[in-house]
Design a protein around this ligand. Structure first.
Ligand code: PMP
Length: 313
């Protein structure tokens, strides 16, 4: 779907997966004017129906990001309809229940040519999809990164700008080379509070209290994060968004991270300045209870009392 500055997106169509053509001076290639989204379609237990999980939230997040990057964006209705059409056209690629999902990747890019540094004259909204397996990695082994930062106040950390991701590669690849699963970033302002991983949010559990860092404009407001907070609240936990100093992390009973890709994933240990702390994992944990509920809703196994799922037909 295309749109020139300030006009509406229109003329969407379905085409076979393939390369797209762009001017070398396209805004996205030169100035990184682009946003991505990620969501999944699950096949229900009955094997026929396909469910999307809160696609309106992805649409709204893309709108917020577009505002930050001076781009027009499709309406929430256009976004959700385009996602549905993409899934419908690829329904045969949605894996059977329990075997994964169809990952859907919407992109909004400055596709028009622009040599001087300003917003592009034309934008493209496109969606592609790919079947993916269950991304459960097993309990994670994290390292706290205290030199490189993911986001700064006033920057683009709270939107899904494509340019947020490559700066993370260095810390991530170093961590992996040292045997860790991922990096836990700190806030750039004080270097004292935890923020998030390369591409998922973090929660700590201490007794009956579940805490996650307040977004403060530097953390991506994850849709899984928001959903887990709501589920945890209905389970009777005290749920808080606050600044979380590393010290609190080191004293937590349990740690887990959330995201569309890994859903809810426990953290087994964290290393900070050569100190290694271990956390509770397994079937008796809070994170497991939350995982069972969320995946149950996403796959239609558990009744969706929240009204989060959208049937694709
Ligand atoms: N933080 C970052 C930086 C991410 O890229 C993602 C993945 N979208 C998340 C958190 C988790 O967000 P969501 O639950 O919406 O997938």
């Amino acid at each position: 779907m295309k749109c020139s500055e300030e006009k509406n997106f229109s003329h969407g169509n379905l085409v076979p997966y393939g390369n797209i053509e762009m001017s070398p001076s396209a805004g996205i290639l030169n100035y990184g004017q682009g946003l991505l989204e990620g969501l999944k379609a699950y096949r229900k237990e009955d094997g026929c129906d396909v469910l999307l999980f809160r696609p309106d939230q992805n649409a709204q997040r893309m709108k917020n990001g577009a505002e930050r990057l001076c781009m027009p964006s499709p309406s929430v209705e256009q976004f959700v309809e385009a996602v549905k059409q993409t899934v419908l056209a690829n329904k045969h690629w949605v894996p059977p229940p329990g075997k994964g999902s169809l990952y859907i990747r919407p992109l909004l890019i400055g596709s028009g040519p622009i040599l001087g540094m300003s917003p592009a004259p034309e934008y493209t909204f496109l969606i592609y999809a790919s079947p993916v397996g269950n991304y459960h990695k097993g309990p994670l082994n994290l390292v706290v990164e205290d030199k490189l930062y993911r986001a700064t106040p006033g920057g683009t950390g709270s939107v899904k700008a494509v340019t947020n991701y490559s700066p993370v590669f260095k810390a991530m690849t170093q961590a992996k080379a040292n045997g860790f699963s991922d990096v836990l970033f700190l806030d750039a302002l004080t270097g004292k509070n935890i923020e998030e991983l390369s591409a998922c949010n973090i929660f700590i559990v201490k007794g009956n209290v579940i805490s996650t860092p307040a977004t403060h404009g530097t953390i991506l407001p994850g849709i899984t994060r928001k959903s887990i907070m709501e589920i945890a609240f209905t389970f009777g936990y005290q749920v808080e968004e606050r600044e979380i100093p590393v010290e609190d992390l080191l004293e937590a009973d349990e740690l887990f991270c959330t995201g569309t890709a890994m859903v809810v994933n426990p953290v087994a240990c964290v290393t900070y300045h050569n100190k290694r702390v271990e956390y509770k994992t397994g079937a008796e944990t809070v994170s497991h209870k939350l995982y069972v509920m969320l995946t149950g809703i996403q796959t239609g196994r558990i009744e969706d009392k929240m009204g989060w799922t959208v049937k694709v037909d």
